[in-house]
Design a protein around this ligand. Structure first.
Ligand code: AHR
Length: 512
């Protein structure tokens, strides 16, 4: 096996931005089998459930410390009318989910069921309202229905549906992909609409809203600039108008051939590397959006939110092409670990991110099958291994000697990705070796804090196509990993880790 080496310095006593736990957020859309068959099986199911919510799925997700869950879309959000999903289930109207498979939606999973799911997960709700086919009044009343205390028309309606106390719902999305499925609008048109909607989404009874304007696709900076112009002015250091508190963008990863165009499992080495180049490019995209936002909001009061990210492959053979049910391999796990390193780097502006999507859709944590067996994907394990970064303080990693770059077409891929953070007397270092056929010996000079104990785990497999199935659920699963430490110069610790090809490792350090 060819080997190479890399060397980095980690300053454990230098504090960077706090890595919001919300960078580890999730997304559940009424799409394919994400809600129905994924999260929701109904009260009468033989599958153990609480009020219709699948308990094996909840138990698996609780281990990830899910900080927030976005719902009901995606594109579906701009077709969804929340009043259809409250009250006795037999009275709820049926609609057609034209966007995703043209199937009937019986509205059995609605507002109360979503709030129950968030409570079971311990996650903050992130509700995406309907701008495309809804009204300002409809979204304003949804906020009132969920969050107002005391007495009001919407409070009386909520109580009639069995819930007396208001919920806390901090995160509200103002439409979705307004440039596309959310209404095919021009940026300026949507920016005006976002301001109008935001004006009528009120803080009720101590529930402070974090309103998120629907943002750009990929690196469409024009869209971001139009939204920033709506709330601030170029070079202003005064407070932006507090209409919306964040702007989103969406970024999907594929193998350079467009979304849904290449196989989830049977990919070539070239497709693997093109995937990594595309995943790594989110660094440039976040930096570009941040630069535009910095020009209008140098004090960084408006947040950037990537509320859809992940891989998008061909669907599993024999499944509905509009259900977006795809397999998930070690390659997907490495896309996730690379994204998280980049998210940590941009934590000063990037306040939230949501993987698309949590169960049975696109880059899922959990796949369920027709026999209702459940599989944890390689991506699930990255979220679990990395959860110690949530609300931790990022610390700088300086690459002194990089691993040799991999040439991919006319681009270069740095095969080693690293990030580090500290929290509660511990440090967590994440390391990904993206190379397909090279061991990388990584030497880290850990400076600034003494280390009293070290633990490490690794996620890898024989090949990047490896994945988990009901009959081989642990083909890709974390294992203990041996690293060595020895005293370094000036009281530092020198840590050495030999990362096998296509691997992700975490090192936890107890700090004196
Ligand atoms: O996540 C699947 C879809 O991708 C979402 O509904 C939409 O917002 C995006 O185009």
């Amino acid at each position: 096996m060819p080997t190479c080496s890399a060397h980095a310095v980690v300053d454990l006593d230098v504090t960077g931005a706090t890595i919001s736990k919300h960078l580890y957020g999730h997304f559940a859309e009424h799409l394919g089998r994400c809600i129905y068959g994924g999260f929701w099986v109904g009260e009468d199911s033989s599958i153990p459930n609480e009020g219709g919510i699948r308990l094996d799925v909840v138990e698996a997700l609780r281990a990830l410390d899910v900080p927030n869950l976005r719902w009901p879309g995606g594109c579906f959000a701009d077709a969804y009318h929340w009043r259809d999903g409250i009250g006795p289930k037999q009275d709820r109207p049926v609609m057609v989910n034209s966007l995703w498979g043209d199937v009937e939606e019986n509205n059995h999973f609605g507002t109360h069921e979503f709030m129950a799911l968030c409570e079971l997960l311990g996650a903050d709700p992130y509700i995406n309202g309907n701008v495309g086919s809804g009204t300002v009044q409809e979204m304003s009343e949804w906020v009132e229905y969920l969050t107002r205390d005391g007495d009001s028309p919407m409070v009386r309606l909520r109580k009639a549906n069995g819930r007396d106390a208001p919920w806390k719902v901090p995160f509200w999305g103002i439409g979705n992909e307004a440039w596309g499925c959310g209404g095919h609008m021009r940026a300026e048109t949507y920016a005006d609409l976002a301001c109008r909607y935001a004006t009528f989404l009120h803080n009720h009874d101590g529930n402070t809203l974090y309103r998120i304007a629907a943002g750009a696709s990929d690196d469409d900076l024009t869209w971001t600039e139009a939204l920033m112009k709506a709330v601030s002015c170029l070079g202003c250091t005064s407070r932006p108008r507090g209409l919306f508190q964040a702007i989103s963008f969406h970024y999907y990863t594929f193998a350079g051939d467009g979304i849904s165009k290449s196989p989830a499992i049977g990919f070539t080495d070239e497709q693997y590397y093109r995937t990594m180049v595309k995943a790594a490019d989110i660094d440039r995209v976040i930096a570009a959006h941040s630069a535009v936002m910095d020009a209008y909001d140098p004090l960084r009061q408006v947040g950037l939110v990537c509320d859809e990210w992940g891989t998008w492959w061909e669907v599993e053979p024999g499944t509905n092409p509009r259900f977006l049910y795809q397999q998930n391999t070690l390659r997907d796990a490495l896309v996730a670990s690379l994204h998280f390193d980049i998210f940590h780097k941009h934590a000063a502006r990037l306040r939230m991110a949501n993987i698309a999507q949590t169960v049975n859709v696109l880059q899922a944590m959990i796949l369920t099958d027709d026999e209702d067996r459940l599989v944890l994907t390689p991506t699930y394990h990255v979220f679990e291994m990395n959860k110690g970064h949530q609300d931790a303080v990022s610390v700088p990693v300086h690459l002194v000697e990089a691993a040799p770059a991999v040439t991919v077409g006319d681009q270069e891929l740095d095969p080693l990705s690293v990030s580090a953070s500290t929290k509660d007397g511990r440090a967590l270092v994440s390391l990904s070796n993206l190379a397909l056929d090279t061991d990388t010996t990584v030497r880290l000079d850990l400076r600034g804090r003494a280390i009293t104990a070290t633990r490490a785990r690794i996620l890898t497999a024989d090949k990047p196509q490896s994945h988990n199935t009901p009959t081989a659920p642990d083909a890709v699963a974390p294992a203990d990993f041996a690293v060595t430490t020895r005293p370094g110069a000036h009281g530092s610790t020198e840590l050495t880790a030999v990362l096998p090809p296509h691997s992700f490792a975490i090192v936890e350090l107890d700090l004196a």
